[in-house]
Design a protein around this ligand. Sequence first.
Ligand code: CDM
Ligand code: ATP
Length: 267
Amino acid sequence: MILFPNAKINIGLNITERRPDGYHNLETIFYPIKINDALEVVESDELTFTSSGLDIPGDMEDNLCVKGYHLLKKDFDLPPVAIHLHKHIPIGAGLGGGSSDAAFFIKLMNQKFELGLSIEQQQNYARILGADCAFFIENKPVFAFEKGDEFESIKLDLSAYHIVLVMPPVHVSTGEAYRGVQPAPVKESLYDLITEPVANWRKHIKNDFEANIFKNHVTIRGVKAALYEAGALYAAMSGSGASVFGIFEQQPDLSHLEADNEVFYGV
Ligand SMILES: C[C@](O)(CO)[C@H](O)COP(=O)(O)OP(=O)(O)OC[C@H]1O[C@@H](n2ccc(N)nc2=O)[C@H](O)[C@@H]1O
Ligand SMILES: Nc1ncnc2c1ncn2[C@@H]1O[C@H](COP(=O)(O)OP(=O)(O)OP(=O)(O)O)[C@@H](O)[C@H]1O
């Protein structure tokens, strides 16, 4: 069986509070985008993990799909499987690629071995693997809160726009990004702000990681500025970076960015 885990972008990200467990409470909008990995699972004599495409840091046991297998194996009598992941979603990009692979692995195993897990049960397994993972179980635009793993569904359809994703040659660690932010309560919730027209978002919707990350990585700030210069209605870093997305009315000409960055049009 093969599934195609997709990436997400964060439209706005407010870090509101440091939690006693070391994590942070936040609010964000998760929006699925069309950049995909390919995840294949077949029955096998032993548990194996292979990958192609982009190099994934760490060894087999570090991979979130393998962690997902061990997690499910605790509760279900699963046979060994061979997992193959073709990696296309940029890594360390704030696109949730690893989290998506983990969530799609749970969905795939649930279907393939008829585990009978409800959406909520799958989300509970996903939450154990990472804060971003649970979103990818339903994979629909949501307002997310707490650690980013509790959701309120929203109506948000950007299909009439042209979304471009730019990946600069910079890696940002999620832990580093969180350490650079001073949490603060929000004045106006993203849940309300997101209902405004896209052209108004620039005035009100921000990503709290940007200030500190832009200080340390001017390249990322430059990409955001370039997207606005090219006519973006809204542009922002996704999650903890380093990728930056722009929402345009029409496909822009970003050929001047293509030499130094990877540019994905129409995601
Ligand atoms: C930046 C975001 O992508 C926004 O969607 C997520 O908050 C990150 O989610 P993720 O990569 O799935 O995060 P995890 O793998 O669970 O955590 C990585 C590290 O990020 C920090 N972390 C993550 C989520 C959160 N709500 N508060 C945190 O402080 C913690 O230091 C944690 O050790
Ligand atoms: N299937 C996977 N694909 C990519 N990275 C993985 C995977 N499994 C585990 N990892 C580990 O997770 C780290 C970050 O992965 P990921 O691509 O999800 O980061 P990200 O884009 O910054 O995501 P997020 O938005 O969740 O912060 C990698 O450095 C890698 O060691």
